[in-house]
Design a protein around this ligand. Sequence first.
Ligand code: NAD
Length: 340
Amino acid sequence: MKAKDVKVAFFDTKPYDKKSFENVNKNYHLSLTFFDNKLQADTALMAEGFDVVCAFVNDEITKETIKVLVSHGVKLLAMRCAGYNNVDLKFAAECGLAIVRVPAYSPHAVAEYTLGLLLTLNRSIHRAFCRVRENNFSINGLCGFDLFGKTIGIIGTGKIGATFAELFKGFGVKILAYDLYPNKKLEEDLDLRYTTLDEIYEKSDIISLHCPLTKDNLHMINAQSIAKMRDGVIILNTSRGKLIDSKALIKALKTKKIGGAGLDVYEEESEYFFEDRSLFAIDDDVLARLLTFPNVLITSHQAFLTNEALANIAETTLNNISEYFLHNNLVNGVCASCAK
Ligand code: NAD
């Protein structure tokens, strides 16, 4: 097979995807087609005649979607992201649909953004920006706290969590960490100590989530875990929305148990995130309620969005596809047993 004969259908694409993939494809010469639509059961038919579908975080790669893809000749699903919680891996394996992903593209992009959320939220920079633009120069109600001397709890110390911890060198904070597989080197290199989730909940002033979403940690931040936390704790989530029970979060924000939330992800984000919905009312009452809190900072899953990350995503994805079709080599494959 020649590179130009490998037909790739991109779903849920935005102008920045097209730009970065077309640029990197100058070195790969694959045949790329970009669709705006999300990949889901009722759009999967658009992949007819393509060898590969390239999907993103909010595409719905369910059994139904996979059935349509495979029956129309798609052989490879190339995820242009790290996570694959939106893919039915077991069924894909049963159907012989191979899957590749981008395990790392820029942990710095997400870690730096998480720090940005924290600094913005704690010091009310988002609110100050709006005030000053309205000629309101009052600083009343914008008081934050020094990070110096505070305790940060990091849940998940893989590439992003570890990079996030490293960014705190110089801040004078204590770091508590939890991971299923602790990284001893981090403990040696940084002022960081691994402990239990309960100790993180009990002692942290700030808790940041950097673990993947699995069936074991769905809604790990819930009424019970929140009850164990310090009053006024700040929660940061740039990982996956379903790690947090949003209704429990709202309750805790109302009682001021939680002092603030910086969220780049939301459990029902797929209806809203990445789209301009400014002409419509929000039907999702939970999201609408979250948006009313001055101490909740929500962004639309953009932590990854840097030039470097986009270029790396495109490079790794096109390389994964080329390796598979031109060299019969599954690089960065995701197997059925990866499903937890
Ligand atoms: P990674 O695989 O390098 O690290 C994940 C870490 O979490 C690993 O050390 C793993 O052992 C640990 N882990 C797994 N299950 C856990 C659990 N139940 N409790 C505690 N720790 C657990 O992944 P990464 O590159 O650091 O990415 C982390 C997550 O960030 C991804 O899974 C993805 O959901 C999210 N992400 C978000 C964006 C964004 O734009 N907002 C971009 C990239 C990744």
